[in-house]
Ligand binder design. Structure first.
Ligand code: AMP
Ligand code: MN
Ligand code: MN
Ligand code: MN
Length: 304
């Protein structure tokens, strides 16, 4: 009798299993910046803030540099948070700039480091030219001021945008870009970043996963977006950000459809830069729709 009463039907077993399963929901944020590029927080501060905000798994993805990774990794252990080494690579494609995030990269990969060094040189040359253009508009000692804002890290347009606000030439960051720094504006300088194929190759050589960043943020028509996905896929790209810090429901829906069509895994990332951008918070990203294969299931990220 005892054996009989212990036996359960498959349906009951499933029930028991389900009730006994601990459903853990992890909060991921796989796109964020530190002072190593154009973020406001030092790498260790960023990790601390992310932990405070309830992020379980954070990737630091600074523009074209790995300089913040070691400090962030160390801080992650202290703050009991999982850390993924990342980078956001500037790419030139069809006379536009795209951003490709590399996740789970080895920071000592020679090919990746050499590639990023080339981009850092391009950034330096571009910064000098942007500074020259802003001086023609009446500002003084622009390069020195931008350097001091970057505090030893590489200079990005964000630093010039902050300088413009500080100098009273624009009322906020958005206006700095709209009036001076965006494509076609007086202080814009175009750069020949690396190719899509090279960026993906560097990331793969470094053992990482290549993710197309914020696909809805490039001001593209739907037709151009399709071309971009196709080119990214052909270059060997693995995933795309389906959920970003400023995505609305319609954008998530469109990106979900595209990720499925182009067989790309989905990533989630706030693209956090600065607490002043109150509408973007660490870990504050819509959930990845169930139809999408999460990028964190990829063995290269060693998360699950
Ligand atoms: P860069 O990679 O140096 O060309 O700088 C690009 C960075 O500028 C982006 O990663 C954003 O952080 C920032 N950015 C671009 N457009 C805007 C905007 N309209 N408002 C505020 N920040 C912007
Ligand atoms: Mn940025
Ligand atoms: Mn970006
Ligand atoms: Mn970014």
């Amino acid at each position: 009798m005892a054996a009989d009463s212990d036996a359960v039907s498959p349906r009951e077993a499933e029930y028991h299993l389900n009730t006994g399963t601990l459903h853990l929901t992890l909060t991921f944020d796989l796109h964020a910046h530190s002072t190593a590029s154009d973020g406001a927080y030092a790498p260790e501060e960023l990790v601390h803030e992310a932990a405070q905000a309830g992020v379980d798994v954070l990737a630091l993805t600074d523009h074209d540099t790995l300089a913040g990774l070691a400090a962030a990794q160390k801080a992650a252990i202290k703050n009991n948070i999982r850390f993924i080494s990342g980078v956001e690579i500037s790419v030139g494609w069809q006379r536009r700039t795209l951003h490709i995030v590399g996740l789970g990269i080895a920071a000592d990969c020679e090919k990746l480091c050499a590639g990023l060094q080339g981009l850092q040189l391009l950034r330096r040359e571009r910064a000098e030219r942007i500074a020259g253009k802003l001086e023609q508009l009446g500002l003084e000692n622009v390069l020195e001021k931008a350097e001091s804002m970057a505090n030893g890290a590489q200079i990005t347009r964000t630093h010039f945008a902050r300088l413009l606000v500080k100098s009273g030439l624009s009322k906020d960051m958005k206006q700095s870009f709209k009036r001076y720094l965006a494509s076609g504006k007086p202080a814009h300088v175009s750069s020949e970043w690396t190719s899509l194929a090279s960026a993906v190759d560097w990331i793969h050589t470094a053992g990482g996963v290549a993710v197309l960043a914020h696909p809805m943020a490039y001001n593209m028509t739907a037709a151009w977006r399709q071309r971009m996905y196709k080119a990214f896929r052909e270059a060997g790209g693995d995933a795309m950000e389906v959920c970003c810090g400023n995505s609305n429901a319609e954008q998530v829906q469109l990106s979900t459809r595209d990720a499925l069509e182009y067989e790309l895994m989905g990533s989630v990332g706030s693209d956090f830069h600065h607490p002043e951008q109150r509408w973007i918070g660490l870990g504050k990203v819509p959930p990845l729709p169930a139809a999408i294969t999460p990028v964190w299931t990829d063995a290269r990220l060693a998360i699950v």
